[in-house]
Design a protein around this ligand. Structure first.
Ligand code: HEM
Length: 149
């Protein structure tokens, strides 16, 4: 026996909640406006293939948040840490990347049905994954020790 009342609530993906592809296209567009003029990040990105870079990030995010798997259909398993190995991602690069992503995500608040919870889910994810992408050993404040010792 089954009717509307005992149906499981349908989980919708974040991809669906934000309205699909156009949200991610606009988010990535806004993010790259910041990246291109950034003194740390700008030189890392391929000046002659910024459209390609935008598309790769957009398709990855669409796939990650539950949309079509076009990213992996084209590029295989994401292996993002490996793909970032050619770029020195130190704390400064991580912070610059997050700064531009936070500005882009926050600027989308008025355009997204899910509102603040969606914004918070996106930023929590970006903060964790940006930290995961760090690949330069840097001394911590602790390991530096007191001045002169
Ligand atoms: C932490 C600082 C980060 C830096 C400095 C950085 C830098 C870069 C650079 C220079 C590229 C090459 C652009 C291209 O030609 O595609 C790239 C690619 C990419 N990045 Fe990042 N990135 C960072 C964090 C992240 C994070 C947190 C994510 C995901 C949430 C991400 C997702 C990607 C994706 C999907 C690609 C394209 C991979 C491919 O298919 O080749 N990046 N990144």
């Amino acid at each position: 026996m089954s009717d509307e009342t005992d149906a499981e609530p349908k989980e919708i993906s974040l991809y669906e909640a934000v309205g699909g592809d156009p949200f991610f296209g606009e988010l990535v567009h806004r993010f790259y406006l910041g990246v291109e003029s950034d003194p740390v990040l700008g030189p890392m990105y391929p000046a002659d293939d910024m459209d390609g870079a935008k598309e790769r990030l957009m398709l990855f995010l669409i796939q990650f948040w539950g949309g079509p798997t076009t990213y992996s259909d084209n590029r295989g398993h994401p292996r993002l840490r490996m793909r970032h190995a050619p770029f020195p991602v130190d704390r400064a690069a991580r912070d610059a990347w997050l700064h531009h992503m936070r500005a882009a995500v926050d600027s989308m608040l008025g355009r997204v049905d899910g509102g603040q919870p969606v914004i918070d889910a996106l930023m929590g994810y970006f903060e964790r994954s940006a930290e995961f992408m760090r690949n330069v050993d840097e001394p911590t404040a602790d390991s530096e020790g007191p001045a002169g010792l």
